[in-house]
Write a protein that binds this ligand. Structure first.
Ligand SMILES: *[C@@H]1O[C@H](CO)[C@@H](O)[C@H](O)[C@H]1NC(C)=O
Length: 376
């Protein structure tokens, strides 16, 4: 597919930008209370351990460097604090943090414009390898139907569908991560996931979940539509954590396949959620199953109430506050859920409590033989 007819985007490398000189409109001025003028404190510098492959250039890492682990995330003013915590968590637990390259997708019309977001990431993580891309919202705006929760209608939620076009063509694999999660294990382990045969994406699958409920009665009653699952054994998976083979993705035109289902949805209302169901329609039953430890999802409660949830049994490599409740909001409100305390050590926001970073022992997930299953 020609780039011009697909998602249009522009990109720039943030290291080339001039120093910070403007504040972010979406955050009240009184909360810019530190030396740098940024709402986040600078993260500790995380260095490669022994045995990490060294990239070709120490000072300018190209995203085409084969030694890199690629991570794509969205970056917007609303979930910014979550994204920053997620990046921090990846670096903190990575065996080779300098080999991780972040691809941040920003919205063209975000109140904090992409340039400011880029400067903010640079000030928080001075030696991070990253690029910021601008996602043209008009690419998807006409494809989005209303859903059960308004946040699910944010065009950036659909950016994961366009990574094959947005990222440099030399990037042949990427880990997509949502902004409401923290990684508490070495991301290189997830990166090394093999996608067998023709499988294009990998994700933890949940075959005991009732798959029927993700689609409307109208969908199941229509044999032309529902036969999409006739030759598969579809299982639910969460699109907040995915390993994606971008070579197979581009070759198979998966972006278009997902868009086709979004067009069906606009005419016939075949599901209630936002960006997830079209992924299920295209991939469910053909997903490389990844260990459940890599997406302990649902910690934000359901889509309406945001109630407290506990972990699923088994080890934990990634905690994901999918659902309505977000840990930063619940912590700020003074009514956190117990597991929100394990998000807190990764928070770099300095708007509320500058001493918080000094004692990070509360609620930290500590490594055990199993990984990070013991919760203190
Ligand atoms: C699955 O969900 C559908 C729709 O909500 C319901 O009709 C069906 O009984 C459920 N199946 C099971 C096994 O719970």
């Amino acid at each position: 597919m020609a780039l011009s007819q697909a998602v249009l985007f522009s990109l720039f490398v943030s290291v080339l930008l001039p120093p910070f000189c403007i504040s972010i409109r979406s955050v009240p001025r009184k909360e810019f209370n530190g030396d740098s003028g940024f709402p986040f404190i600078e993260a500790p510098e995380y260095r490669n351990g022994v045995g990490c492959s060294v990239s070709s250039s120490k000072h300018f890492v190209s995203s085409c460097d084969p030694s890199l682990v690629h991570i794509a995330m969205t970056l917007d003013s609303e979930y910014l604090r979550g994204s920053i915590a997620a990046v921090h968590s990846v670096l903190k637990h990575s065996s080779c943090p300098e080999n991780v390259f972040f691809h941040f997708i920003t919205a063209e019309f975000d109140p904090a414009n992409p340039r400011i977001l880029s400067q903010l990431v640079r000030s928080t993580f001075p030696s991070l390898n990253f690029k910021v891309y601008i996602f043209r919202e008009d690419t998807v705006i006409n494809l989005i139907s209303s859903s059960v929760r308004q946040a699910l209608e944010n065009p950036l939620n659909y950016a994961r569908n366009y990574l094959g076009n947005i990222l440099d063509q030399c990037v042949d694999r990427v880990i997509y991560l949502d902004s409401d999660l923290v990684v508490v294990d070495d991301i290189h382990k997830l990166w090394s996931t093999k996608l067998a045969g023709s499988r294009v994406i990998g994700a933890p699958e949940y075959c005991h979940a009732n798959f029927t409920k993700y689609f409307s009665d109208q969908f199941w009653a229509n044999p032309v539509l529902s036969r999409v699952f006739a030759t598969r054994n579809p299982c639910y998976f969460n699109t907040g954590v995915m390993v994606m083979d971008l070579v197979k993705w581009r070759e198979g035109n998966y972006q278009r396949r997902i868009e086709n289902w979004m067009e069906v949805q606009r005419k016939r209302r075949i599901y209630e959620l936002g960006s997830l169901p079209p992924f299920l329609l295209v991939f469910a039953g053909n997903v490389e199953p990844i260990d459940h430890r890599w997406n302990q999802h649902g910690l934000g409660g359901d889509n309406l109430r945001g109630d407290c949830r506990s972990l699923h049994p088994g080890p934990v490599s990634l905690l994901h506050w999918s659902g309505k409740g977000k840990p930063w909001a619940r912590l700020d409100s003074g009514k956190p859920c117990p597991l929100d305390r394990s998000w807190e050590p990764y928070d770099l926001y300095k708007g509320f409590d500058n001493d918080r970073m000094k004692d990070k022992s509360d609620g930290v997930l500590r490594p055990s033989q199993e990984g990070y299953s013991s919760y203190l």
